[in-house]
Design a protein around this ligand. Sequence first.
Ligand SMILES: [Zn+2]
Ligand SMILES: [Zn+2]
Ligand SMILES: [Zn+2]
Ligand SMILES: [Zn+2]
Ligand SMILES: [Zn+2]
Length: 165
Amino acid sequence: MKMKGLKIIVFSLAVIGLASFTIAKQSADSANAKDAKHAQTSLCDKKCPRCEGTGRITNPCNFCDNGYRECQLCYGKKEIRCTYCQGGGSFRCNRCAGTGHIGESECPECNAKGQIECNQCHGTGQIACTSCGAEGHVACLTCGGKGYTEWNCPECRGTGVVDDD
Ligand SMILES: [Zn+2]
Ligand SMILES: [Zn+2]
Ligand SMILES: [Zn+2]
Ligand SMILES: [Zn+2]
Ligand SMILES: [Zn+2]
């Protein structure tokens, strides 16, 4: 009797093991069903009027102009305020404390001006925009610089043909 009971337990364990293996295999097989790229065209199908048979809908991108949008750092000006002199174009001369003179003589450091021209912006207070590379615009991220957005036609699900009822 004891041996028989053990045999039944071993057998049922084996069945459980097999069953769970089968379930695991089935769930692995159920992969995402992809859109059928090539739809069967029959005589009752006609060219989709919405996408004119292309299967794709394109719209101009709302966020840019031909794939470019204005640089948000320089607002299209291609230059930004010089970060070195904070846009002032020059610094106070340290040697003469901005007076232009050291005692009775003119300060040789600043040629008696009291200010030293910023060598980053050459006194203009502006430098080339670092964000857009002085282009004034950057590629639009929304459309990837294409200038338009594109998606599968919802009317024909990207097949380009619809049933002619
Ligand atoms: Zn369509
Ligand atoms: Zn810029
Ligand atoms: Zn500067
Ligand atoms: Zn000076
Ligand atoms: Zn865009």
